[in-house]
Write a protein that binds this ligand. Structure first.
Ligand code: KG4
Ligand code: ZN
Length: 334
């Protein structure tokens, strides 16, 4: 079965075609990062308008690349939430009207479920159950994934999400928005000069808190008479060491607590090299299996939505083409 996936929850227009037998056939992404960079964050109204501009041409290009016609598509999966309501409405209305016109099934997908399943786009797929460390711009969660659609949140952020902490720290260091990837690059040139707090590292719980870490960076930056490139790199290094130590320690704690031996890392921060290195090293020590999505599928993309659609195809589904988006949809309410 051929499933078209559509992702428009934030500032990335993503489309993909997934064949339930052969796997991913192709995907396209248009990132609005440049559009929002000058505002230092995503401007929802601009995001919706840009999704409108790009979504149809992207689908047309994708079909052409895959040498397919829209009539070949047999189901359409799309992100129905959580996300920005205007942005979600663009993808939802395109998906539902196309599905209605073609007389095929439409499948609303939870954005975080897309992230959770993204490692299954790879050749070596994790089997259920597993622990998921979901670290993106809006979420930092540890989830016990029992099976498709059965998710127990066992750790959550009390304040800033991991990606948000990366972005805010990057802003303090004068790197553009979103700064996660750039900050990580800068950290590669840094050395171990500063010690930053590792919030909640020694508690038994699995929750995260990163706002104190960001404040510590703020004070460290303010203390510098001259914020040279070398000092910036050392601060970026200290920040990355601190946040990844916490993420990895809690992930291993979660595996032990839930009695599982498999973990997947997903979401934009899952692309972070230091995080990956530390997870691999700790998992090897403890004989746990680990899975990551390809770097292209850590951040928002249409492939993970098409895949989630393929996995949900045979589950009971709504029968008409009406839709409502859920900007604050909880993963446990699927
Ligand atoms: O999953 P995602 O694309 O969007 C949400 O659903 O939120 O994640 C975006 C976040 C941003 O905060 C970005 O700075 C961060 O992921 N990010 C990174 C890296 N690449 C993206 N953070 C740390 N290291 C990276 N290499
Ligand atoms: Zn996302």
């Amino acid at each position: 079965m051929l499933i078209l996936g559509i992702e428009t929850s934030c500032d990335e227009t993503g489309v993909a075609i997934y064949d339930s037998e052969k796997g991913l056939l192709g995907h396209k992404l248009y990132s609005q990062v440049k559009l929002h960079a000058e505002y230092g964050g995503v401007v929802p109204e601009l995001a919706s308008r840009d999704h409108i501009n790009y979504i149809i041409p992207l689908i047309q290009d994708l079909l052409k690349d895959c040498k397919l016609d829209i009539q070949n598509i047999e189901a359409i999966a799309y992100t129905a939430g959580p996300g920005l309501s205007g942005a979600l409405l663009v993808g939802s209305s395109v998906a539902e009207s196309l599905a209605c016109a073609l007389g095929i099934k439409s499948i609303p997908i939870h954005h975080l479920e897309g992230h959770l399943l993204a490692p299954m786009l790879e050749k070596e797929k994790p089997e259920f159950p597993f622990i998921a460390l979901l670290v993106s711009g809006g979420h930092s969660q540890l989830i016990h994934v029992k099976e498709l659609g059965k998710y127990k949140i066992i750790g959550d952020t009390l304040d800033d999400a991991a990606g948000e902490a990366f972005d805010k720290t990057a802003q303090l260091l004068g790197i553009g928005y979103p700064g996660g990837a750039a900050l990580s690059k800068l950290a590669e040139k840094g050395e171990n000069q500063y010690e930053l707090p590792r919030p909640l590292l020694h508690t038994n719980g699995l929750d995260f808190s990163f706002s104190g870490l960001k404040t510590a960076v703020l004070y460290l930056v303010k203390k510098q008479n001259n914020l040279t490139e070398k000092i910036k790199a050392d601060i970026a290094y200290a920040f990355e060491e601190s946040i990844t130590d916490v993420l990895v320690k809690k992930s291993i704690q979660a595996l032990k607590q839930e009695g599982l031996n498999r973990i997947i890392i997903s979401g934009g921060v899952g692309a972070n090299k230091t995080l990956r290195k530390k997870i691999i090293s700790e998992c090897k020590k403890n004989e746990f299996d680990y899975f990551f999505p390809d770097l292209n599928f850590c951040t928002d993309n249409g492939a993970m939505i098409a895949l989630a659609g393929a996995l949900r195809l045979n589950l009971p589904n709504k029968e008409n083409y009406s839709f409502s988006v859920k900007p604050r949809w909880k993963l446990t309410e699927i």
